[in-house]
Design a protein around this ligand. Structure first.
Ligand code: 13P
Ligand code: ZN
Length: 272
């Protein structure tokens, strides 16, 4: 543990970072976070005070690789690149850092606690935060993880077709549509950490998905906070596990009927 932290005497900010650490522990326990797999960023701007704004950077300004105008004056907590979720769960400020956007929204600099370089998926995370702010969305968290059963689905053309996996996953158990009402968007394979992947992710979120599948890689989820983003991925992966359990018992699961799905959508006032 570090001795002094920017989180000292900032209980609201600390509570948000503690949520990231709690979710990081769940990702490890679920087997979704091998080695350094996955990353989390949260927009912490609303918890930044004048004393924080006055702090000097602890490293040089680093190019983001693109200009993200909505991020002017924004601050983020980011998992560190190469850092393990299981380590972050124990000590979030030694395995991630707080950054601020500077220089006409083209660079970031690390402010605290330690010079831990942010995740390699920063282009996707920051582009998505930029998109969310432009839309006036209340979402402040983005989560990328490698859930085993959901990733397995993407190794089949059938499940990569638009909304085919969504319909199957929703029909496994009523909670899935209730708690992931926009379903699962699909993004074809692209190089991890690339700007192309970031742009494709935004196109999928713009089609009205909160959770987007990166083919043969993982999911990218957005929500108001990191716990809610995790919950959406968790219910989807639970459905994938039920599907696989049924197949392992030797049959194709029936799934809820169209009538049952409609009744659920009406009762819970769900979209689509
Ligand atoms: P980082 O360690 O750079 O966050 O990368 C992990 C990952 O899952 C890349 O897609
Ligand atoms: Zn990944």
């Amino acid at each position: 543990m570090t001795n002094m932290s920017i989180l000292d005497n900032r209980p609201a900010l600390k509570a948000e970072i503690d949520k990231v650490a709690e979710v990081a522990g769940y990702l490890w326990q679920k087997g979704w976070a091998e080695r350094n797999g996955g990353n989390i960023t949260i927009n912490i701007t609303e918890w930044v005070d004048d004393a924080m704004r006055a702090l000097p950077a602890i490293g040089p300004a680093v190019p983001i690789g693109t200009k993200l105008p909505e991020l002017e004056g924004c601050w983020f907590y980011c998992k560190g690149t190469g850092r393990r979720m299981r380590d972050l769960a124990r000590d979030p400020m030694a395995n991630g850092s707080i950054i601020r956007i500077v220089d006409d929204c083209m660079r970031y600099e690390i402010v605290a606690d330690l010079p831990v370089a942010p995740t390699s998926e920063l282009p996707s995370h920051l582009s998505v935060h930029n998109y969310l702010l432009a839309k006036g969305s209340p979402y402040r968290a983005s989560l990328h993880t490698h859930p085993i059963e959901l990733v397995a689905l993407t190794h089949s053309r059938k499940w990569m077709e638009k909304d085919v996996a969504t319909r199957m996953l929703w029909s496994m158990i009523p909670e899935t549509k209730a708690f992931c009402p926009r379903g699962l968007g699909m993004v074809p394979y692209m190089l991890p950490s690339s700007v192309d992947l970031a742009e494709a992710t935004i196109r999928a979120i713009d089609e009205d998905y909160d959770v987007v599948m990166w083919e043969k890689h993982g999911v990218f989820a957005v929500d108001t906070d990191v716990m809610s983003a995790f919950d959406q991925v968790d219910v989807l992966n639970k459905s994938a596990q039920i599907y696989i359990a049924a197949r392992n018992m030797g049959f194709e699961p029936e799934g809820m009927s169209d009538g049952q799905m409609q009744e659920l959508s009406d009762a819970f006032h769900l979209p689509k």
